[in-house]
Design a protein around this ligand. Structure first.
Ligand code: SF4
Length: 306
């Protein structure tokens, strides 16, 4: 589908096809959001302007972004602020995160049973934030007994020791995004990121703990062909990846890489079937799917109950 561009009052607006219907936020969602602000935490949902916020949170999945809101990278598809945090890290964050999750569940409405912890890239830190990431996992798990934690990590420049630091904190799912197909990496991602590097991070996590479930995600509609997408899916399977998320790239602003195509739902369904035939334990594919889209529900439905 070709896109039409409309600029108004500095807001960037992309005409989107009919299948893009955003769900309105619930009251509980606003209460949860209030708690996040109260504890001085960030969510990738808010930073990346994710359209699924209300749905995910109301479904018991909350996604937190740790290590601040400023990334040392500058990927051309991402709305997260980039810059140099100069080594600053909030040492209280792991315990604040644990308390926030606990408080969310004390609200007594929809239970937060699944927490996704992601972060900006911190090339300014000696361990690129791996130690802090691991502390966040441990604190959340220690303070919230039956909670499941998924991590969505940076590439740590492919350093297996950093990967081991996070894996040894025993998350339930280890995620790292390939983002796009091999040919488009340079066009879409920060030059410090890379296809083989991201695959090596996922393979390292599986090697360190073969029982650990691994997950990756790709945005579609950036100009890739179906063959290239399937090739990338095969490479992810080869790296031992269990779960795959395929979603539509949405352009955050006129300064970000343009949308090449709005993929219709039927194309996503075709790729979902291709992914299942390649052996992924589950593939979530659709215009609204994001890395941690309804992560908790999909985990329970496709991993625990199968
Ligand atoms: S590394 Fe992640 S947070 Fe940073 S700019 Fe790239 S996608 Fe955004």
């Amino acid at each position: 589908m070709r896109i039409q561009l409309e600029l108004r009052q500095g807001h960037f607006y992309d005409f989107k096809p009919g299948w893009f219907r955003i769900r309105p936020p619930t009251k509980t969602f606003s209460e949860l959001k209030g708690l996040v602000t109260h504890f001085g935490l960030h969510t990738v949902c808010q930073e990346a302007h994710c359209p699924n916020m209300a749905e995910c949170w109301s479904g018991g999945t909350a996604t937190f972004m740790v290590l601040g809101d400023t990334c040392t990278r500058g990927c051309k598809f991402c709305a997260v602020k980039t810059g140099n945090p100069k080594g600053v890290v909030n040492a209280e964050e792991p315990s604040l995160l644990a308390q926030c999750v606990k408080a969310m569940n004390l609200l007594g409405k929809e239970r937060i049973s699944y927490v996704v912890i992601t972060s900006v890239d911190r090339d300014d830190l000696p361990d690129q934030g791996a130690g802090h990431f691991a502390s966040c996992v441990r604190e959340v798990k220690n303070a919230n007994r039956d909670i499941r934690v998924e991590v969505l990590t940076p590439d740590f420049r492919g350093n297996p020791d950093c990967v081991r630091t996070v894996v040894d904190a025993f998350p339930d799912v280890f995620g790292h995004n390939l983002e796009t197909v091999r040919r488009l990496q340079g066009k879409v991602r920060d030059p410090r990121a890379g296809y083989e590097q991201s695959l090596s991070v996922l393979a390292a996590a599986k090697e360190i703990n073969p029982n650990l479930l691994t997950k990756s995600s790709m945005m579609l509609g950036l100009g890739e062909t179906e063959e290239e997408t399937i090739e990338a899916m095969k490479d992810l399977r080869h790296a031992g990846v269990d779960m795959l998320m395929l979603g539509q790239y949405l352009r955050p602003s006129a300064f970000h890489v343009p949308v090449a195509e709005y993929m219709p739902p039927e194309k996503f369904n075709k790729l979902k079937l291709a992914g299942e035939s390649l052996g992924f334990r589950y593939v979530a594919a659709g215009p609204f799917v994001r890395s941690s889209y309804r992560a908790g529900e999909l985990f329970v439905k496709n991993i625990l109950r199968k």
